[in-house]
Design a protein around this ligand. Structure first.
Ligand SMILES: [Zn+2]
Length: 87
């Protein structure tokens, strides 16, 4: 079964209004970029274990966090300048 959240992230990696970058949050809490959501559609669509690393639990906007995709390591773009974690 196709995962609606994944489809929405792949179809709309940036919000229609404002163009804010969106990313996925996986079952283990790790962030996932939209490219990996597309590349790993089979794993994501096939996963129905809520705590699993391929379980897409939410899609959110990255406002100002310094995030890296847990799968490919690419930086996940933020809407505003990232806030320094140790500031
Ligand atoms: Zn990625």
């Amino acid at each position: 079964m196709e995962n609606e959240l994944r489809k929405s992230l792949v179809a709309e990696p940036f919000t229609k209004v404002g163009g804010y970058p969106r990313f996925g949050i996986m079952g283990d809490g790790a962030p996932l970029c939209h490219k990996c959501a597309e590349d790993h559609s089979l794993e994501i669509d096939g996963c129905d274990e809520p705590n699993h690393e391929w379980f897409l639990q939410a899609v959110e906007i990255n406002w100002e966090s310094e995030l890296q995709c847990s799968n490919c390591g690419d930086e996940i773009q933020s809407a505003y300048e990232p806030v320094e974690a140790d500031a």
